[in-house]
Design a binder for this molecule. Structure first.
Ligand SMILES: Nc1ncnc2c1ncn2[C@@H]1O[C@H](COP(=O)(O)OP(=O)(O)OP(=O)(O)O)[C@@H](O)[C@H]1O
Ligand SMILES: [Mg+2]
Length: 219
């Protein structure tokens, strides 16, 4: 187990995994750490943007193909996209690139694709990839109505597969006025999941939240 590298898992696609990863990467590097991030599998036209963002934050020290070894054109689950494109994904490249990066960057943040049970191959999901990399999860969830269910489903699945969980980050993706769900999530989600809340990332500038989260992750 590498305690200073993490697998950034989402409760869904579009919940803010890249946004949060970029914030943490920026904060780790501001602290003088040689931090890095990768997106092993990206799908869809916007998919490679995630790794492009990480490459820029890492001063383009690594080529995009190292940070993102597998890129599929369709915005679909990797298994489905690969079938459509008649491609077989070479997961060896994912592991080789991960090991290359993990020896050069600490902490290394590995962004998943969609949620935990998104299929990469038949009978091989994003959660299997996290387990193969032996990394603790940072679970990113939307702040708002529905999040207790999504987060609990993710936590229960991770625990059933023996994955470690570093904590949960609630991300305010909409920035709309906080109602009762948003306010009560902050106490209810960690309590019901039995997993620590690392922080709440506000809409817009998340620098202060990232500082607090990085402090907790480095403890
Ligand atoms: N806290 C936030 N404040 C402002 N904008 C945000 C915030 N979180 C996410 N966003 C925006 O919401 C969109 C989706 O977020 P993001 O791309 O990080 O999700 P993701 O979980 O990485 O998605 P994917 O599954 O496609 O990789 C992006 O345009 C991002 O900039
Ligand atoms: Mg992303």
């Amino acid at each position: 187990m590498n305690p200073h590298s993490f697998f950034v898992a989402g409760t869904d696609t579009g919940v803010g995994k890249t946004h949060v990863t970029a914030l943490l990467l920026t904060e780790f590097r501001r602290r003088g750490l040689r931090a890095g991030a990768m997106k092993p599998i990206a799908c869809g036209s916007g998919g490679r943007c995630d790794a492009e963002q990480y490459a820029a934050l890492m001063n383009h020290e690594q080529p995009l193909d190292v940070l993102n070894p597998i890129y599929l054109r369709h915005p679909l689950a990797p298994l489905v996209a690969a079938k459509l494109e008649r491609r077989r994904m070479d997961l060896h490249r994912v592991f080789a690139n991960y090991h290359l990066l993990a020896t050069n960057y600490q902490p290394l943040l590995v962004e998943g694709a969609g949620g935990l049970l998104v299929p990469i191959r038949r009978n091989y999901s994003v959660a299997d990839l996290a387990r193969a990399l032996n990394l603790p999860l940072i679970i990113v969830a939307r702040l708002g109505l529905g999040t207790i269910n999504h987060t609990l489903l993710t936590v229960r699945q991770a625990q059933a597969m023996g994955l470690k969980i570093a904590g949960i980050i609630l991300n305010d993706i909409t920035g709309s006025q906080r109602g009762l769900a948003e306010k009560t999530n902050i106490k209810a989600v960690p309590e019901l999941c039995g997993v620590p809340l690392l922080g709440v990332v506000p809409h817009g500038n998340g620098t202060a939240a990232a500082r607090q989260i990085c402090r907790l992750l480095l403890r």
